[in-house]
Ligand binder design. Structure first.
Ligand code: FAD
Ligand code: NAD
Length: 451
């Protein structure tokens, strides 16, 4: 079958790009080797955020006294958490199915592999196209240590299949996935220990934020060990999991009932027969230029598979950029200004550069900080724990980075991302009217603090 565009993978990169291409009048074949919606919908963003909400409700009930509520007796049924989560995911998957049908995208079920640079095989059927977009996503990595491949070592997909709340959970890796699950299961009543290799948890975040997050999670009862390299994982005679790690040259252990390994993700490059298309790749992903073009001019790679930034919205916008390149359309998408959020309790989020990155670039900066405890809305909502740190280029007065921990941090970071994308200066932001009382005023207070 000959078509205009083949897209391999139906995650947020693949299916959203397919819909946009169809809207532009292209004949699109979308090869879907997993479930519609990819990792994000089926085993990532959405199921985890359902659980984040459940965890918040449980925490509010437990902390009811702060809002004048006497002791609340409630049953917590984890099966209901799973039921609600699966229902949300199914509903959204049906929605994507409907959108693709309505748009006239041909969805082909099965795994694609290249036959040559213009042809892809699925089962016994060959499909050829002028342009091909690879959007095959990523999968969990495991540490190359003894015990890492044991069946009782859970990755993020397997932990979503648990039908019980772990009594004691060890989380290896204090990055985004590890911390979101740590926060959720802590609220559900698990005794959680996070073991992180770097000196800070959430190492991709500004260190002011990650240090505060460590304090906040520790206060909620999550045990966090940083600067610790996990060496082996074993099961003892009581079927408990013993994790051995090296801390400042000393061997220590933590014992748990369950273990989540969350030490990063690996791009899905295997099984595609990329050699047959002449596409360069490595286990670290498929290298691309700023239009998401691989070394083969009409083959593009978007989303987790190019490993530039493993976020759902990045996958979608990279797809839009690739399609624009195919169509010869210029765009103003700032793929270097991306909002990112960590949905722990409290939430953390960022956009633009960290202070460390500004230093590396030799950029002189002005930093403004404000605190949730000084914001009326935050106090009214019982959300006094939080910080907003804004970074401005000292020469141009433009906002270049935003780093926030606290209630609705993801929304506030989005607001700052808009400012950064539009090249706003502190002076111009001060001329915008911020409503009162709102959490957004925390952003304004940080702008004012950066004088
Ligand atoms: P994917 O979503 O991985 O989709 C790729 C699809 O391609 C899959 O369905 C796969 O089966 C299919 N495929 C693979 N090989 C083939 C083949 N040969 N032929 C046909 N099909 C194939 N990101 C956020 O932005 N926000 C979040 O809150 C967030 N939370 C997350 C939580 C967890 C637990 C995890 C694991 C990830 C989370 N992410 C989050 C990351 C996000 O899920 C990914 O960045 C996003 O899914 C990447 O989209 P993609 O389209 O590149 O690939
Ligand atoms: P990650 O890279 O964020 O974190 C992995 C962590 O494991 C790092 O902090 C690393 O230092 C640590 N680590 C590595 N080796 C270790 C060792 N030997 N012992 C202890 N710790 C060790 O990766 P992740 O958490 O697996 O997430 C993968 C991707 O999924 C991320 O790139 C992220 O973009 C995406 N994601 C995003 C969200 C979100 O946007 N809210 C949520 C989940 C996942």
């Amino acid at each position: 079958m000959k078509t205009d565009l083949i897209i391999i993978g139906a995650g947020p990169g693949g299916y959203e790009t397919a819909l946009l291409a169809a809207e532009r009048g292209k004949k699109v074949v979308l090869v879907n080797g997993g479930r519609l919606g990819g990792t994000c919908l089926n085993a990532g963003c959405i199921p985890t955020k359902c659980m984040v909400k459940d965890a918040a409700v449980v925490s509010t009930l437990r902390d009811g006294a702060a809002y004048g509520i006497g002791e609340v007796k409630f049953d917590f049924d984890f099966n209901r958490v799973i039921e609600r989560r699966d229902k949300v995911v199914d509903q959204l998957r049906e929605g994507i199915d409907g959108l693709l049908r309505k748009a006239g995208v041909t969805v082909v079920e099965g795994r694609a592999r290249f036959v040559d640079a213009s042809t892809v095989r699925v089962g016994e059927e060959d499909y050829s196209a002028d342009d091909i977009i690879i959007a095959t996503g990523s999968e969990s990595k495991a540490l190359p240590i003894p015990g890492a491949d044991a069946e009782w070592v859970l990755d993020s997909t397997a932990i979503l299949k648990l039908e019980y709340v772990p009594a004691r959970l060890t989380v290896v890796g204090g990055g985004v996935i590890g911390l979101e699950f740590a926060s959720v299961f802590n609220a559900f009543g698990s005794e959680v220990t996070v073991v992180e290799y770097m000196k800070n948890i959430a190492p991709t975040f500004d260190s002011d934020i990650s240090k505060r997050l460590k304090q906040a999670l520790s206060k909620r009862g999550v045990k966090i060990i940083t600067g610790a390299a996990v060496k082996k994982i074993e099961q003892n005679s009581d079927y408990e999991i013993v994790t051995t790690y090296d801390l400042k040259g000393k061997e220590e252990t933590v014992v748990s009932s369950d273990l989540l390994m969350a030490v990063g993700r690996r791009p899905n490059v295997d099984g595609l027969d990329l050699e047959k298309a002449g596409v360069e790749y490595s286990p670290k992903g498929i290298p691309v230029d700023d239009n998401m073009r691989t070394n083969v001019g009409h083959i593009y790679a978007i989303g987790d598979v190019n490993a530039r930034m493993m976020l759902a919205h990045v996958a979608s916008y990279q797809g839009r950029r690739a399609l624009n390149a195919i169509d010869g359309r210029a765009d103003e998408i700032r793929l270097d200004v991306v909002p990112a959020a960590l949905f722990t309790s409290p939430e953390c989020a960022m956009a633009g550069l960290t202070e460390e990155q500004c230093k590396e670039r030799g950029m002189a900066v002005r930093v403004g900080k404000s605190f949730y405890r000084a914001n009326g809305k935050a106090l009214a909502e019982g959300e006094s724990d939080g910080l907003c740190k804004l970074i401005f280029n000292a020469e141009t007065d433009e906002i270049v980075g935003a780093h926030i921990m606290g209630a609705e941090a993801s929304l506030l970071a989005q607001q700052c991302c808009d400012f950064i994308t539009c090249g706003m200066t502190a002076a111009r932001i001060r001329d915008i009217i911020f409503g009162h009382p709102t959490l957004s005023e925390i952003v304004l207070a940080a702008v004012d603090a950066a004088r």
